[in-house]
Structures are given as structure tokens and as C-alpha cells.
Design a protein around this ligand. Sequence first.
Ligand SMILES: Nc1ncnc2c1ncn2[C@@H]1O[C@H](COP(=O)(O)OP(=O)(O)OP(=O)(O)O)[C@@H](O)[C@H]1O
Ligand SMILES: [Mg+2]
Length: 420
Amino acid sequence: MAGADTTRHLIGLLLGTEEDWPRAFEAVLARAGRVIAEGGREHEVACERLTVEPFDLTDPVRTGLVIDRLAYWYYHPREWLKKASLIDGTYLLNSPFTFQSMEKHSAYCAMLRLGLKIPRTVLVPYKNPLDNARWAYTSAKYNEPFDLDRIAEDLGYPLYMKPFDGGGWRGVSRIENRDGLHRAYDESDRMLMHLQATVDYEHFARVLSIGPETMVMDFHPDQPMHNRYAVSHDFLGPEAGRQCVAISRVVNAFFRWEFNSAEMLVNGDEVYPIDYANACPDVAVTSLHYYFPWAITALVRWAVYCLVTGRAAKVDLQTQRYFEIADDDSLDYDAKLAAYLRLADEHFETERYWEWTAKHLGHLPEVVLDWVNSPDFDQLLVDTVRSTYPPHEHEEFLAHFRGLVGMWATDQAHVLGARG
Ligand SMILES: Nc1ncnc2c1ncn2[C@@H]1O[C@H](COP(=O)(O)OP(=O)(O)OP(=O)(O)O)[C@@H](O)[C@H]1O
Ligand SMILES: [Mg+2]
């Protein structure tokens, strides 16, 4: 039992349809959420699922930190998050202030400004009239006619057409020729589209970041969901791997994103980021499998660290600090990336985070390993497989995921054994 002078913290989970990682998060936090911090002070961190209901703008907020998976499409809780952030200082993974206004397009622009290798990208006006009484007059007067074919030829076929604020493959097409170009543009209707040069790549790295923790994964976008993340630890050379970690962390620190996945196309030592603004990154056990326990560990570790150390939420961007590095002609690409990374690590308190968590949350990796080896985790896997796949596939998928997570447990037991 917690003592009278225990400091209590509450994490809010703002959820949509997911059950798997929230159950995992709840289970691990229940086992590891008591922390003895500096000076021997006891902290207890618990979590609860938030509900959607009317709120007075001055209602007190009990949660010190919220992990949000809903506000990207459900606007009532999004507005509640803003109120909690502005009035109550609630720490958010992620803040709607920077995610709402900084979609894929802004991220491309910002990273171009920092000198990263963004493939050539052109934004074209809407194909079809907007539903707005001002459209006819405005477009007749100010929309310049343009030659779509010339833009495409200039970028070169094949190219990609995709929404400026994309996510979830919605409206993405790979375009091989003129016919395909016009078909895709006609179908884009009232979506605002980028045309983007294709990067031919050897490896597709999907990089999941939670605070200062980053996992670079070997991703196969052409495979079905359960096979997209391959378990291969050294699929990138050290130089490309280092860049993937640095770029993801820099993007997140630049925009103040906390929980995000980035996609990079890799050729040798060249890393081309193409997608790095996912307010609600995939953390399903049925896609992450081997990497799922890592993701839960990182989420718990970062959330507990933020709450117990009283980390203040920051939404001001301080872009000028990054731009000063970008404008320093004495620095080459590698030196700039290293300098951006120093700012990113300062923002995420990376060094202090690892020291603090080793001291005060050193038990967490063991707790996660024990839990993954427990019937509780197996039940989670069974329930998730049952709700995700048709009955005749249950057995096959259960064996598949048990195998992959089991492999993680074996690897992790070695890591912890070697450490202890
Ligand atoms: N410039 C490019 N060069 C090569 N492949 C690309 C390029 N842009 C997009 N793709 C391919 O198209 C896929 C979808 O594009 P993108 O990631 O930009 O859109 P999205 O809607 O965010 O999709 P998702 O949510 O699946 O990541 C990528 O995963 C990649 O396989
Ligand atoms: Mg993508």
C-alpha cells in the first residue's frame, strides 16, 4: 500500500478502438508504477481510460499526462486536450497544437530548411471546386492554369501522388505514366495533393520514437500487416542506422512530438525521409510483434519519467536555434545532423533520462519480461488474434505471434542475464 506521503500521479489514456497496447500498458504500469525517486520519496503512477463528456473549461483535470490516440479524428476530446494543456499544464503525447498545424507538408518544408534529403515534391491546387460560395469567383480570378504533364515529366516517372496531410495510405498512388497521372488527379477530387519524385531504395526503415527512445525497424510495405516488420537487427549499415535515429529524434524535437513514427528510404549510406508526421503511430501487437514489448516499456518509462521528474510540457518550437545551424556554411551535412541531434537530446533530456531511469526504474525491463512470459500476456495475444482474424486463421496467427514474441523474450533474457 502507498503511504500517506506518497505522491500520486495519474496517466489518462484517450483511446479509440484499440485494446491490445492499452491492456499491456495497464498491466505493466500496475506492476512497475511505484518509484522511489530522489530523496527516498515514493511516487505512485496509475492510469485510467478517459471518457468523452461535457466539460466546463475551468473543470479541474486530474491527469498529469495523457497518451492520446483519438484526437486526430475526434474533435471533442481534441479540444479537451487543448484546455488541459493550456489551463492545467497537462503533459501530452502528443500535443494537438503541433500535430494539428504541422502535417506532412509542413514537415517536408521544415526538414528541407534543415538540409535533409527530401525527394523533390510539388503541391498542385485542388482538382475539383471546393464547397464554398467564394470558390467560383476566386478561382476564376486567381487560379492560374497549369500543365500537370510538365510537372510530372520534370519530376520523372514513376512518381507518387499523395495527400499533403496523408496517413494510412489514403489517396496514395504510384504513377507510371500520363494516363495514370490524369486518372489519379481526377480521382483526387477535393484532396490537396503532392506529386513526389520516387526514391529507389534498398531498405525501408520504419522508425518508432517515444520521447528519447527510438527503434529502427526493417519494414516491408508490400507485405500483409502481420509480416511488415521483419526482425533483423543489422539490416542497415551503422552510418545509415545512426542517421535514421538522428533524423527521427530531430523531427520530433523540432515539432515537439513525443510519440511518432517516421519512414525513411535508405540506399547505402543515404537516408531519404518521406513520411514522419504520424500522430497516432501503429503500436498493434499484431504488427509490431517482436518489438511490441519494447514499445510498451518505452511508453511506460517515458510517461513515468515525465510525471515523476515533473518535466514541463513545451509547445513553443524555438525553430531559430535549428535554422542557425542550417545557415552555418562551415558545417557539412553530417556536422549539421550532429548539431541538430544535440538540440534534440537537450530537448528530450536524453542523458538524464537514461541515468534517471537506470536508477529509479531499473526494475522495469525485468517486469516486462516476466509479464510477457505470463499467462496474462498470452491471454492478450489470444484475445487480439480472435478479434483481428477470421476463425480459421486463429491457430496459424497465434503460433506466428507467440513465436515472434517468444524470440524477443529469449533475446531479452540474454540481455538481462548479461547485464545482471
Ligand atoms: N517518394 C517515394 N519514393 C518511393 N516510395 C514512396 C515515396 N512516397 C511514398 N512511397 C511509398 O508509398 C507508401 C505510402 O506513402 P506515404 O508513407 O507517404 O503515405 P501515408 O499515407 O503516410 O502511408 P502510410 O500511413 O502507410 O505510411 C510508402 O510507404 C512507400 O512505400
Ligand atoms: Mg507513410
